[in-house]
Design a protein around this ligand. Structure first.
Ligand SMILES: NC(=O)c1ccc[n+]([C@@H]2O[C@H](COP(=O)([O-])OP(=O)(O)OC[C@H]3O[C@@H](n4cnc5c(N)ncnc54)[C@H](OP(=O)(O)O)[C@@H]3O)[C@@H](O)[C@H]2O)c1
Length: 273
């Protein structure tokens, strides 16, 4: 059955390969791209009736809310939201809202987009949110919320990246009762190691580079894992899972009410409704 799907970060790397898979399977896709150039590139490369491109810088909260409204108006119903856009940076920088950038793009923005698309997700018979996670989330003992909110300028960016990815999964787990009430399922799926702009870029620590060259795969690999997370029969009806290599791993850590509210303190706008 044709699904109506929202995909962030669909203009490069794993997201671009996922977009190809989704179009092959004749779904209707709203890709959120960062810039007009990216949008034109996509429209020129894929002359498909199934593709619509929306522009938003997901590090700007007002743009996240605005793009959600545009998508809701155009699509009405959203069956699957792939929160795939992400950053791994070489240094600590701040977003327009003053938040650390990993926390902004990898935690707050997908959370805000999910809330802002909630009414459209609720129009679906089986609404699903798939967050692109990273390997080893189940091995990180806990998120240091204080560090994420108030990082020192010399903080290791890789640590921020890992915390920001785990925080998104933990936030969604913390609010699972509310999401369940609205029948919205959440799957956090690791795409494993893929050679992309991100993994080959300056944010990847130098000691990891030989491993990336030797062991990381073509981003089709990650795209297939994300696709299986959403469409694999074995995952139908399931929620609040973390998948690594398409296998369920338990994330043992959790956050309490105070930590959840601290994590959401970086949100400076209300979700669009
Ligand atoms: N590659 C790996 O081995 C690996 C492993 C684990 C997890 N991941 C995750 O996989 C996802 C995709 O990453 P990738 O490896 O495919 O790298 P990528 O090619 O750099 O893709 C990242 C995507 O996110 C978009 N993006 C970043 N910041 C944005 C912003 N402020 N507004 C709008 N879009 C923004 C980028 O847009 P632009 O093209 O405009 O920059 C790009 O399309 C990320 O969430 C990443 O953390 C990757």
């Amino acid at each position: 059955m044709t699904k109506q799907i929202v995909l962030t970060g669909g203009s490069s790397g794993i997201g671009l390969e996922l977009l190809k898979l989704l179009l092959e399977n004749e779904h209707r896709i709203a890709v959120v791209a960062r810039s007009r150039d990216r949008s034109d590139e996509l429209q020129n490369n894929f002359r498909s009736n199934g593709l619509e491109v929306f522009i938003a810088d997901l590090s700007v909260q007002a743009e996240v809310v605005h793009v959600a409204r545009m998508i809701r108006e155009k699509f009405g119903r959203v069956d699957i939201l792939f929160n795939n856009a992400g950053v791994m940076l070489e240094k600590i920088i701040r977003s327009q809202q003053g938040n650390e950038m990993h926390y902004e793009v990898n935690t707050l923005s997908p959370y805000l987009l999910t809330l802002s698309l909630k009414s459209a997700l609720m129009q679906s018979a089986d609404p699903l949110v798939v967050n692109t996670a990273t390997d080893g989330l189940h091995q990180i003992p806990n998120v240091n919320v204080g560090e994420l909110l108030h990082p020192k300028s010399n903080q290791a960016p890789l640590g921020m990246y890992l915390y920001s990815k785990l925080s998104l999964a933990l936030l969604m787990k913390h609010y699972s009762e509310e999401l369940n009430r609205d029948r919205i399922r959440v799957i956090n799926a690791s795409p494993s190691g893929n050679k992309t702009k991100m993994s080959m870029g300056k944010g990847m620590p130098i000691w990891m580079k030989p491993l990336v060259t030797l062991f990381y795969k073509h981003p089709q690999h990650g795209a297939t894992l994300l696709y299986s997370a959403a469409f694999g029969e074995e995952h139908l009806g399931k929620t609040q899972m973390y998948l690594q290599n398409n296998k369920v791993k338990e994330i043992r850590s959790s956050i309490n009410d105070e930590q959840a509210s601290d994590l959401l303190s970086g949100l400076k706008v209300d979700a669009a409704t």
